[in-house]
Design a protein around this ligand. Structure first.
Ligand SMILES: [Zn+2]
Length: 509
């Protein structure tokens, strides 16, 4: 495509009515990707309707990426498909998203740089290393001369295929994740710096055969706290452009599922030294990883909460946490609360569209029989049959956004039409619920995000069953490589893998 044609195409296809004028010094950069975390232990598929897809200007103007327009080079938006974590991605959905993504990318060629905001723990039906498939397809499209920078979630899994297709990588440094903006900026600053300076960086990866759930590796607590705290200082060293340490994703029965240390920069020896040191430290700390809050069965947590003189005690129903890949339709917590005749408690929420619909049909104030739970995964979940009074219905024109609040004996239950977390206080207040008035608040979550953590007085984690069961030692596996804690007496010493794209591997500067 001639340059003039390219500019015309960019202004019309990618940025709507806004005209992009590229000076001779400006670089052509495109960005987009796919973000989902998939439990291979989940029985429900993630389908097209589960993805939020932002294209063109909608992506460019979105909260996380609007800052990209401040760079002296236009970041041209392609497509970003993101979803609440869940089960495997339906193969046809993946193929359709990938085809559209690559088609839109192709229209923007030639490119100097690409930014891929990814998660890193996608699992697609009948496919291992899905990010490897996606990212290598981008590499094939843009050619070897283009620089590709990716950002990853801290819980992403890497592979040789991914590393060999990338030039640079930045991962979140916090869990709970409060550094999304900073990570995006690190990945894009590095990309722009390399493009402007004509730098082809070196990417070094050291996989670490340790798998921990996020709930045992939160950066709020040691050992993760001290491991991650040193990254900024390491990043400031000469020849180091980025330092990332990834926990990986334990509910992925894949050979690539491990923790990782990844460094990007211009001095291979320093990068390898840093990656090996970080990996060794992580390995040495493997027996220290532990839950940051008290844990127990749901029954034990309820008993403990009742005995405490504080409120609200927030109990995490961790095995069914939709933001970790849980199904979100389980009613076990409700069943246990009813069995123990607990009142003054809210359960938020249970994904159950049929029950929510029944509430909307009945209307506020009506008392109706309801079967709650097990609508998404009837194989593994068990429903609870109750008589419920409808107390609140969310006003919305979108069926998927419907939420009903019902009272079942002393238990207040939120029924949601779609799988969703309750991460913010307004998720409750918008339904007429004041969390501070309840003795117990049960949420489907693992570790709490800051806003809910702030109201928890205190937080207890129930180690419940589900697609993201925290009892990881008993997870079945056919594909995992020998990894701690599954192999408790594993012996290991770190070795650094240099991307095939790195100058030291290809002989190029
Ligand atoms: Zn994560």
């Amino acid at each position: 495509m001639k340059r003039r044609d390219f500019l015309k195409h960019v202004s019309l296809a990618a940025l709507g009515s806004s005209v992009v004028r590229l000076s001779a010094a400006q670089k052509r950069i495109a960005f987009g990707g796919i973000q989902i975390e998939c439990s291979t232990y989940g029985n429900i598929l993630s389908r097209m309707e589960d993805f939020t897809i932002r294209r063109g200007p909608e992506l460019a103007n979105s909260r996380l990426f609007s800052g990209l327009q401040n760079y002296p080079h236009p970041f041209m938006p392609v497509l970003l498909a993101s979803a609440v974590p869940g089960g495997p991605v339906e193969r046809t959905t993946y193929e359709a998203l990938k085809t559209e993504f690559l088609g839109r990318f192709r229209e923007l060629l030639p490119l100097d740089g690409v930014y891929l905001p990814m998660h890193g723990a996608m699992f697609v039906e009948r496919m291992f290393d899905a990010e490897g498939d996606w990212i290598s397809a981008v590499r094939d499209l843009v050619g070897p001369g283009c620089l590709i920078s990716a950002s990853y979630d801290l819980h992403g899994n890497l592979s040789r295929r991914v590393i060999d297709a990338l030039d640079m990588l930045s991962a979140f440094r916090t869990a709970p994740h409060i550094d999304r903006e900073e990570t995006t900026r690190r990945a894009c600053d590095m990309l722009v710096h390399c493009l402007e300076g004509g730098i082809r960086p070196t990417l070094v990866w050291t996989p670490i055969p340790v798998l921990m759930p996020g709930e045992r590796s939160s950066t709020l607590y040691d050992p993760a706290k001290r491991l991650w705290a040193q990254l900024p200082a390491m990043n400031a060293r000469d020849g180091v452009m980025d330092v990332s340490l990834l926990v990986g994703y334990v509910w992925a029965d894949e050979a690539r599922a491990t923790a990782s240390a990844v460094l990007t920069g211009t001095k291979p020896a320093a990068l390898q030294k840093g990656a090996l040191a970080l990996a060794q430290q992580y390995w040495d700390a493997r027996t220290e990883f532990a839950f940051g809050v008290p844990t127990g069965t749901m029954g034990e947590c309820i008993t403990k909460a009742r005995a405490l003189g504080t409120r609200p005690v927030v109990i995490s129903d961790s095995g069914d946490n939709p933001t970790g890949g849980g199904t979100g339709d389980r009613a076990d917590a409700l069943a246990e609360l009813l069995r123990m005749k607990v009142s003054d408690v809210v359960v938020a929420g249970i994904a159950d569209r049929p029950a929510a619909e029944a509430c909307y049909r009945a209307g506020v104030g009506k008392v109706i029989p309801l079967k709650i739970g097990a609508t998404l995964d009837p194989q593994r979940s068990r429903p609870v049959e109750v008589t419920a009074k409808v107390v609140f219905l969310a006003e919305t024109d979108t069926i998927a956004e419907r939420q009903a609040v019902v009272a079942v004996d002393g238990v207040t239950v939120v029924l949601t039409a779609r799988r969703r977390p309750f991460h913010q206080v307004r998720d409750f207040t918008s339904l007429g619920l004041d969390t501070t008035t309840f003795k117990i608040v049960v949420v489907k979550a693992g570790y709490l995000v800051p806003e809910i953590a702030a109201i928890a007085n205190p937080n207890l984690m129930a180690l419940t069953d589900g697609a993201v069961n925290q009892d990881i030692e008993h997870l079945s596996s056919r594909n995992r490589v020998p990894t701690y804690p599954f192999v408790r007496d594993l012996r290991w010493s770190p070795s650094a893998i240099v991307s095939a794209r790195s100058p030291s591997e290809t002989g190029r500067d």
